[in-house]
Design a protein around this ligand. Sequence first.
Ligand SMILES: *Cc1c(COP(=O)(O)O)cnc(C)c1O
Length: 355
Amino acid sequence: MEIKVTLNPAPKAKPADESKLGFGKLFTDHMFIMDWDKASGWHDARIVPFGNLSIHPASTVLHYGSEIFEGLKAYRNAEGGVQMFRPMENIRRMNRSAARMGLPALPEEDTLQALHELIKLEADWVPHGEGTSMYIRPFMIGDDEQLGVHGIGRAHFIIILSPSGSYYAGGMAPVKIMIEDEDVRAVRGGTGEAKCGGNYAASVRAGDRAEQKGYTQVLWLDGVERKYVEEVGAMNMMFKIAGKIVTPALNGSILPGITRKSILEMCAYLGLDAEERRISVDELIEAMENGTLEEAWGCGTAAVVSPVGALAYAGKEYTINNNEIGETTMRLYEELTGLQWGKKPDPFGWVYPVN
Ligand SMILES: *Cc1c(COP(=O)(O)O)cnc(C)c1O
């Protein structure tokens, strides 16, 4: 694919203090855009100066929420080079999200090339500090310029880059999570397994309520019986119960996380016992009461692994592992981040160098 590059005539100064980067607030000098319409397919692949988009007020995305996104990172490795982690997994998932939302499929190899060329151009923006990375946000919007509800006839695919600070700048610490028994995030057949903005829009209220009560996130239950554990805001959940790692099976309403998948594959490689299955909230409560719930953690690209120190359900709070970081939680964090930042050899072929 030919990508037309228009360089930014006024590049910004790189941040002097990487400890103040935060997450998703600062953006690089360029972005990638490619357009699609029904008649001509994907066209006009281009890298242009980062800036505002101009959009028709009747654009589909503004009214009917036709939007999907991805989240991955570029890491500064031990040799000073830049690498991504399993980017094709994100591209393939984006195409599954696109299919669910009636948005057009991306050409996989061209999309990888777009990621590669944009990151290569912006490589100096990849931060150097411990735990820092450049967050990559590819997204697609439906952009028909009319209010009728029809199949998507126009779309754009865009990639923006955001140098981000360490998720654990203040050190890794267990978080408290509230099991949500009122709102639901997704149902089978709905959009739960698609990475679409609408899922997030519908979960803001429960998140706000949990925050007011002192919890960082909510743990969603299944949308039909509100009985089985699904996932938290932007992380899949794993538990260690009586020595065994368990995670909710992908049932059609859970987002198939690439961190989740990588941990399961890592467990097989390390010889750790791990299982995907249905996990009821009753089983969790019982395991917390009888002490067999040894560890709990969330897993996703942003945090990699996030230890959970307490779960609240129906007005009662249960402490997990004395609110300390579990041994398995820590081990998985180290194994995975070792690959991502190129500190450990990669026996899986997951690392994708950008050079
Ligand atoms: C992105 C996301 C995850 C985590 O997926 P990763 O590929 O591991 O980053 C989990 N749940 C939801 C709802 C998400 O949007």
